[in-house]
Structure formats: structure tokens, C-alpha cells
Ligand binder design. Structure first.
Ligand code: 4AD
Ligand code: MG
Length: 464
């Protein structure tokens, strides 16, 4: 019986002296003068390829094997042998090779020499066949699975919050509109404005920027919940850290105040990193070749205790520093990426949790502090990436929430259901959101969010 195995399995020693069948995509073929060809095969299951030794005496050598080029898909049967070569435990002595799908060498864009990340962005449908994007895809998968394991093991219930919504969670007006109206010729009201009462939902609707408000509803009743789904922001900021479509993990915890919220966030982030270090060691070592401080940094994060610092103290550190910032520092400003990175990369050289931000720069749902001018917000900042997590204790007191909605000119009617949560059995509760892509950038050391999303959506880019 021939075992069907993956490249990852065949690279281990368990199958030595067994005949196996493998299927995958050819990375390279090299012909030697000694009567053998060498094929490097990858099937996505590991960073490493398996080397196939092909005797040129195989019956279909001239007709088939010679047309096996980079990118083609093949089936291989053969014996797994201990490899004499360095860097691989095993190799396959092919008894049979079939070409499944050919790949025109003259036009296949992936060459052995390696390509820039910028070039690979222009072939997002093929880039997963490179070492870098294969590794990102596997780590992304591990982080997702680890997320579910962490929250499930901690007694959280996974909630699917809606993608289409009428409420702007962050109150920042950066939403993509969803409509079924004929936008070339929309119905108009008496004043000539577009009449959304004729739209699909009878009112304006949007893609969600966050599942938080709905998660809060389930939290007040289920105790501990989390959502994990795509979120959308039409902020036209063409940076290396913002995408128009990104994935967010948002836990929401009842009977939980801000400092406990920070504990959850810190534990969760550390768990993601340690799972990746354990389970995707080969891929992380690959990224460590580009940035040799990566593994040390990640280990440092797992074993450190994150610095916890109030916004007010952070401002005074920034004001006292000799660093020249582009944006002027002063109490009340929204911290810019340069400020956040100074704190985490230069001043503390560690992840930092900033808390108690000015009420004027944070959304309506955050609990007002006794001082009346700050809210119980918390952001986690990490080196290279800056803000990786944003969260808060929620305003659970009815009057204060209504006041905050008014203060931010939000339509109380739209948020009435949300305010109800404060009318019936309200409890202190907290939560946070981790941007999955920011976590991946931190873990892999990749500097641009476009390279940790399979098919990134950014301004002027909705290909594939
Ligand atoms: O800080 P944000 O806007 O917080 C919220 O959305 C809250 N509703 C979360 C909560 O308390 N449940 O976003 C949370 C995180 C950020 O820290 C960042 O990691 C990521 O989401 N993020 C983005 N990631 C990629 N592209 C963007 N445009 C992002 N905007 C936010
Ligand atoms: Mg934020």
C-alpha cells in the first residue's frame, strides 16, 4: 500500500524506507550530467521542500519529466530515503512521476532568484507559492486557531456579529455604504436628497467598522464572548499599517474593569506569540533570517510584564524627551504613530499599555473617569507596529452614556437598542480589539500590512 503523504510528513524521519505518494508544485528542476534530475517539491504544508531524485532512465523522462518546470503540479511516487545532503533529513527516490498541470516557463512570473515584496503584490494570486507568503499564510492560520483555543479554553462564547450595520461603532464616520439603490439614478426626496427610505433596509446602512456594540449585547447575558471577523474602514490613510478590510478579534467581558481587561489582553497576545513559536518554528526561523532580532524580541515579549502607563504620564515623558517630533506634543492630542513608537521602541523598549485617555479623542462608549476629563481607554503599543490593541471599560451608567452620545452629536435613536443594555441589568464590562494583521506584522517582522493579508484592500486597490 502506498501512503499518500504531505511534503511536511515526508521531510520527517517517520517514512524512511517507505514508498509514498506526494502531490504538489515544483519550485525548481535541475538536471545533472550523472543521469539524474533533481526536483524541489512544495505543497504548502511546510516552509521546506522535499527533494525528488529522478533517474533519467524513467520511461517518461523525455516525454514528461523534461517539461516539468517551476510552477507545474506533479504527482510523485517513490521511496523515502535518508538524505546525505545538509539541511534535509530525507529525499525521495522517484519510481513514477506524472505531470498534472504544466506551467509555461517562459511566462511564469516566479523565478528562483527571489522577488521584491512590491513586485509580489502585483501577483497576489501567485505569491502564496513563495517562501514568504507560504509562511505568512501558515502563521495567519496558527494565530486564528490559537485565538479560538485561547478564548474557548477560557470559557468565552464565539458570537457572529453582523457585517452590515446601521450604527457607526467608532463614531468616526469612516464607513463604506451598503446600498441596493440604483446609484446612477437614485430616488430623491422633496429636498432632492437621496431617499434611503427606498433602500433595501429602509434606511442608510454600512459595512461594520467593529463588532463591539453587538458583542456587548451578547456579553450582557452570556458573560464572556468574542467576535472574530472582517471589519471595514474607509479611512483614506495610505499607510503601511492601515487596510480598508482587516480582521479583528474582539472579546467582551462582563463584570470586568479596566485593569482586568488589560490582563486578558496581555495574556492573549502572549499566547498567540508562544503558540506560533512552538507550532511554526520553521516559518519563524525563516523570518528571523531577515531580522535576526525577531525571535529574541518575541521571547522577550512573552517573558516581560507590559509597562502600564497613563496617557497623562506618557505625555509628560514625551514632553521631557529630546526627540524632535513632527507633531507637537501636549495634553489632549491624539498620539501619533511617532509618539507611540518612541514610547515602546526607545523609551521603554517593551510593550506598553497606555490608559485613561482624554474623553475628547475617544469614542462615546468608553467609561468616564471620576476626573470628568479622561475615559477608561487602553491601547497596547508594541515596537515596530505601534498600536496593536485598542480597548476600554465601557460606560455602563445610563445617564453618562446618554450624555456622551449627545456630546458627540450621535443620533440617540440609532443607538437606542445599545442604550437599552444600560436600562436592563447593566453591569461594568470591558473589552478590546486586536487587529489580526497588526499582530501578524509584529510576529513576522513584515513591515507592510499589504503583505500579511492574502488579498489586501487599500485605497485604489481592489484587484483579485
Ligand atoms: O482601536 P480600534 O479602532 O478599536 C475598536 O474598533 C474597538 N471597537 C475595539 C473594541 O474595544 N472591541 O481598533 C482596534 C484594533 C487596533 O488596535 C488595530 O490593531 C486594528 O484594530 N485596526 C486596524 N488594522 C488594520 N487596518 C486598519 N485600518 C485598522 N484600524 C484599526
Ligand atoms: Mg484605536
Amino acid at each position: 500500500m502506498i501512503s499518500k503523504v504531505t511534503v511536511s510528513e515526508a521531510r520527517g524521519v517517520d517514512f524512511i524506507d517507505r514508498v509514498v505518494q506526494l502531490r504538489g508544485w515544483v519550485r525548481t528542476r535541475r538536471d545533472s550530467k550523472g543521469g539524474f534530475s533533481f526536483v524541489e517539491l512544495n505543497d504548502g504544508t511546510s516552509l521546506g521542500n522535499i527533494q525528488i531524485i529522478v533517474a533519467q532512465s524513467l520511461p517518461n523522462y523525455e516525454t514528461t519529466i523534461k517539461s516539468i518546470t517551476a510552477g507545474s503540479s506533479i504527482l510523485v511516487e517513490g521511496l523515502v530515503k535518508k538524505s546525505p545532503a545538509q539541511g534535509q533529513a530525507t529525499e525521495i527516490e522517484a519510481a513514477k512521476i506524472e505531470l498534472i498541470g504544466e506551467s509555461d516557463a517562459a511566462t511564469y512570473p516566479l523565478q528562483k532568484k527571489g522577488h521584491s515584496l512590491e513586485f509580489l503584490r502585483s501577483i497576489a494570486h501567485l505569491r502564496v507559492r513563495t517562501n514568504t507568503f507560504g509562511a505568512v499564510a501558515r502563521i495567519r492560520n496558527t494565530v486564528s486557531y490559537s485565538t479560538h483555543r485561547f478564548f474557548q479554553e477560557s470559557g468565552f462564547v464565539y458570537v457572529h456579529t453582523p457585517i452590515i450595520t446601521a450604527s457607526d461603532c467608532e463614531g468616526a464616520g469612516q464607513m463604506f455604504r451598503v446600498t441596493s439603490l440604483d446609484t446612477d439614478n437614485p430616488p430623491r426626496d422633496n429636498e432632492g436628497k437621496i431617499d434611503y427610505s427606498k433602500d433595501f433596509f429602509g434606511k442608510p446602512s454600512y459595512l461594520t467598522v467593529s463588532g463591539q456594540l453587538n458583542a456587548e449585547a451578547y456579553c450582557i447575558g452570556m458573560g464572556k464572548v468574542y467576535t472574530f471577523g472582517p471589519t471595514f474602514r474607509a479611512e483614506n490613510s495610505n499607510t503601511s499599517r492601515h487596510a480598508a478590510e482587516f480582521w479583528m478579534i474582539e472579546p467582551e467581558i462582563a463584570f470586568c474593569e479596566l485593569s482586568e481587561n488589560m490582563d486578558w489582553a496581555e495574556r492573549y497576545l502572549k499566547r498567540l506569540i508562544s503558540d506560533v513559536l512552538l507550532e511554526r518554528r520553521d516559518d519563524i526561523e525563516f523570518f528571523n533570517r531577515t531580522d535576526s532580532t525577531l525571535i529574541d524580541t518575541l521571547n522577550g515579549v512573552i517573558s516581560s510584564q507590559f509597562v502600564r502607563l497613563s496617557y497623562t504620564d506618557a505625555i509628560s515623558i514625551l514632553e521631557k524627551s529630546d526627540k524632535k517630533f513632527d507633531y507637537k506634543v501636549g495634553w489632549g492630542i491624539d498620539l501619533q504613530s511617532e509618539h507611540e513608537r518612541y514610547l515602546t521602541e526607545e523609551h521603554f523598549k517593551s510593550p506598553v499599555i497606555l490608559y485613561d485617555y482624554p474623553r475628547t479623542i475617544k469614542p462615546f462608549y468608553m467609561r468616564l473617569n471620576e476626573d470628568g476629563r479622561t475615559v477608561r481607554a487602553m491601547d497596547i503599543l508594541v515596537p515596530r507596529v505601534g498600536e496593536i490593541i485598542g480597548g476600554s471599560e465601557r460606560e455602563y451608567r445610563l445617564e453618562h452614556l446618554e450624555e456622551r452620545l449627545r456630546e458627540q452629536n450621535l443620533d440617540i435613536k440609532t443607538y437606542n437598542w445599545y442604550v437599552d443594555l444600560r436600562r436592563y441589568g447593566s453591569v461594568p464590562h470591558s473589552g478590546f480589539g486586536l487587529g489580526l494583521e497588526r499582530a501578524l506584522m509584529f510576529i513576522t517582522g513584515i513591515g507592510n500590512i499589504r503583505d500579511v493579508l492574502p488579498f489586501p484592500r487599500t485605497p485604489n486597490n481592489c484587484d483579485y
